[in-house]
Ligand binder design. Structure first.
Ligand code: ADP
Ligand code: CIR
Length: 362
């Protein structure tokens, strides 16, 4: 596309977003002004990526019901378009009053032993999971990865998994080798990611599919690495119970092994870099699959409680899916401005509070 075409698309996208009086809640709409559009629409990040503002905002221009509405096309997008990214990042992670140049503290996994089994009697929690996102230094993010780079990223991750030890030993499966039926079954078991999130589709996430995509996992499917989903890597630890401590411990050890061979993109201001501004900082989402039947009867109260505890409720199949059979995915909402340990601890404290509220209704 020529610069003129980018300009025309940006102006049209911005107009359609701001003309819509019904969907006004996205952070893109909240912070993108006509002055910023004017300033940014013709500039790009460095060659050869050459990402325009449009490449970052196209998803929010099309999906007016987005909650965020923008992705970074490469690490440099956060700097080149900082006047739009920075307020969105601060708003999402509730850091509006933070005047510091450094929004993310250094990595701190804390005292892993303080993270526990949240439901030893197995009354409420079906499973626990913690994931972090990582992107390999020197590569753009998914909106601008070339077909060759999708393969290069996959190769680097595959090579890095070869030294895995103990319970982290597993095998890598490239998506092109997994038949459709098996893929479906793996998605259902939360081992594999699915294709088709509308927000990601528009942002270009599924280009060259299934090239370069795949999953590494151990036989028990308690340690996994998703390759080239939304980020280059999603490093995941899970357990089919409420033992968050076990999950946390396995995640930290697995990550430390990968760090021996891979260098991940990190910014002094935002911490570890991810394609979505909502994942910056620690990039960490700790969640439980949980049934709280009595509390769920009063949805308004449940949502209010979750908000107060800075928790997010998602559907059974993940973001933008429905709650099935009462199974909710409850996780920390913020990822930036806190250490890894603080966020996992806050999820632990929040879930304990919700279980207590449920038991008060019994
Ligand atoms: P992400 O966690 O990477 O932000 P999603 O919300 O799409 O993305 O969730 C990814 C997958 O992880 C989905 O299959 C979802 O059901 C699964 N998942 C999330 N939390 C848990 C959990 N506590 N136990 C088991 N599976 C989970
Ligand atoms: C959106 O803007 O709605 C999607 N791009 C998803 C944003 C991530 N949402 C979230 O709450 N973590």
């Amino acid at each position: 596309k020529s610069p003129e075409e980018y300009q025309a698309l940006t102006l049209a996208g911005y107009k359609s977003l701001t003309d819509d009086e019904e969907h006004v809640s996205s952070l893109l709409r909240k912070y993108l002004t006509p002055e910023l559009v004017e300033e940014y629409m013709l500039i790009t990040t460095s060659a050869p990526v050459d990402a325009y503002l449009y490449d970052c905002a196209v998803s929010g221009f099309e999906h007016h019901d987005s909650s965020v509405g923008i992705y970074a096309a490469d690490p440099e997008s956060y700097d080149v378009f900082s006047k739009i990214f920075d307020p969105i990042i601060k708003d999402y992670h509730a850091q509006q009053d933070n005047e510091s140049d450094v929004l993310q503290k250094d990595t701190d996994w804390g005292n892993v032993d303080e993270i526990e089994n949240l439901d030893p009697e197995r009354k409420y929690i079906i499973s626990a999971r913690i994931r972090i996102a990582r992107n390999i230094e020197g590569f753009p993010f998914f909106p601008k990865l070339t077909e060759k780079q999708f393969i290069e990223v996959e190769e680097k991750v595959r090579a890095a998994t070869e030294t895995m030890d103990g319970e982290h030993i597993g095998s890598y499966l490239t998506l092109g080798d997994i038949d459709a039926e098996t893929q479906q079954e793996m998605v259902k078991r939360h081992i594999m990611f699915h294709r088709g999130d509308a927000y990601l589709t528009t942002a270009g996430c599924y280009r060259f599919w299934p090239t370069g995509r795949g999953v590494y996992h151990n036989p028990a499917a308690t340690f996994l690495i998703w390759v080239n989903e939304e980020d280059h890597l999603r490093i995941i630890s899970m357990a089919p119970c409420g033992d968050l401590g076990d999950v946390y411990n396995r995640l930290v050890n697995g990550l430390q092994e990968l760090e021996k061979t891979l260098t991940f993109a990190r910014s002094p201001r935002y911490g570890f870099l991810s394609a979505c501004p909502s994942n910056l900082g620690t990039t960490l989402r700790a969640s439980v699959h949980i049934r709280l039947p009595l509390l769920s009867k009063d949805n308004e109260r449940l949502v209010a409680l979750a908000d107060e505890l800075q928790l997010q409720i998602r559907g059974t199949g993940g973001e933008h899916t429905a709650i099935e059979d009462g199974v909710m995915d409850i996780s920390n909402r913020r990822r930036l401005g806190f250490t890894e340990f603080e966020l996992v601890k806050s999820l632990q404290d929040g879930i304990v509070a919700l279980i207590n509220a449920e038991e008060e209704l019994e």
